[in-house]
Design a protein around this ligand. Structure first.
Ligand SMILES: [Zn+2]
Length: 367
């Protein structure tokens, strides 16, 4: 299997297009034609992780945090990141980043954290909203089937594993061609009544131009009547996870539970230690800003990392319970991603190892 094949498979599960616009995901460094000798999963691509990858005879690192993120001014041995990049290039390694696209994946980083905390009844905290179009076209009965066939052949009117998803209802179309018209049916200055069908179907947001072009191309009328109605629906992916504890516990006991389950040397809490915790919302990494939304959705506590003093103070004054589990707690994705890759990849074409990095890349020491 080469890197290009791997990227295609990954893209069907955690589409690179579902990453935030400011993010940098996909193949950051390497060659799509390179054959994979082994995959190392990592939270951060540090020099120690690169060394570990080489020691394990792997040539591909899939990391959560993009190695190339901010503007790079030079790639020299003296520059810390430059030295890492030089080593990667010298050893012909491939670096793939799965960042916010893995965050919003239903089985992604937040689900991995929620699983570690043994949350049940898990739901996506902030499902993304998807735009799509409902299309309706009015078409004479004689042309209906052929018209549907053309649209379907072009990949329109598909829903999940179903093709040819049309609804049609009969009716009467009326029109009067006037001077300058070149009517398909009817005569100038005469009102014509035609047995027509209203054909309805749904298309993705990015199919509008194609649909419009096909309707005009395959509709028999000189001026076809059709509408595109823009609508929104909840996507089955999004940021964060909300779920329940099997048994409620007070916030103090819950903080200890989290610390133990995530094997973090410390966690920080703000709020009321006696509060009963049953419903838990979590966004791994830096999820501050979603805490009030989470509480409105029924969470008794909001868990994330990187909480700053003023955010914590605001929450305390508002009576909101927050737990800072440190950004590094996202390390659970290393094992989690190995599991996902094993699920996604075909056993027959996977003749290489998939290993979780054992290097601790937490920049903090806890004193
Ligand atoms: Zn992160």
């Amino acid at each position: 299997m080469n890197i290009g094949n791997l990227l295609n498979i990954i893209n069907t599960h955690v589409p690179f297009s579902s990453a935030e616009s400011w993010d940098n995901v996909g193949l950051l460094l390497g060659d799509e034609n390179a054959t994979i000798s082994g995959i190392m999963t990592a939270l951060d691509c540090t020099e120690e992780v690169v060394d570990e990858t080489l020691e394990n005879q792997c040539n591909t690192i899939i990391c959560h945090h993009p190695l190339i993120f901010k503007g790079i001014k030079q790639i020299t041995q003296e520059d810390g990141y430059g030295a890492i990049l030089r080593k990667i290039i010298k050893h012909d390694l491939n670096i793939i980043a799965l960042h916010t696209n893995l965050d919003v994946y239903p089985k992604g980083v937040n689900a991995m954290l929620a699983d570690k905390l043994e949350l049940i009844n898990q739901h996506i905290l902030n499902p993304e909203s998807l735009s799509y179009y409902k299309v309706q076209v009015f078409i004479p009965k004689d042309h209906l089937i052929e018209f549907k066939n053309k649209l379907s052949a072009a990949g329109l009117a598909e829903e999940g594993d179903y093709q040819y998803c049309f609804f049609e209802s009969p009716g009467n179309g009326q029109f009067k061609p006037i001077d300058g018209a070149n009517p398909h049916i009817g005569e100038l200055d005469q009102i014509s009544s035609v047995e027509e069908y209203k054909l309805e179907f749904m298309i993705d947001y990015n199919q509008k131009q194609l649909a419009q072009q096909l309707v005009i191309q395959h509709h028999p009328y000189e001026t076809p009547v059709f509408d595109f109605i823009e609508l929104q629906r909840e996507a089955d992916y999004g940021l964060g996870m909300i779920g329940n504890l099997e048994k409620p516990m007070n916030a103090k006991a819950f903080a200890k539970h989290v610390k133990d389950k995530l094997k973090m040397p410390s966690v920080r809490f703000t709020g009321t230690l006696d509060d009963s915790i049953k419903t838990v919302a979590i966004i791994g990494g830096s999820g501050i800003g979603f805490e009030y939304d989470a509480i409105n959705k029924g969470a008794d506590i909001f868990i994330t990392g990187d909480i700053k003093h003023h955010d914590a103070l605001d929450a305390k004054i508002s009576g909101v319970n927050l737990l800072d589990i440190n950004h590094y707690s996202e390390y659970v994705m290393k094992e989690g991603l190995c599991g996902l890759l094993l699920d996604w990849l075909d056993d027959e074409t996977t003749d290489f190892n998939i290993i979780a990095s054992q290097v601790n890349t937490d920049p903090f020491v806890y004193l």
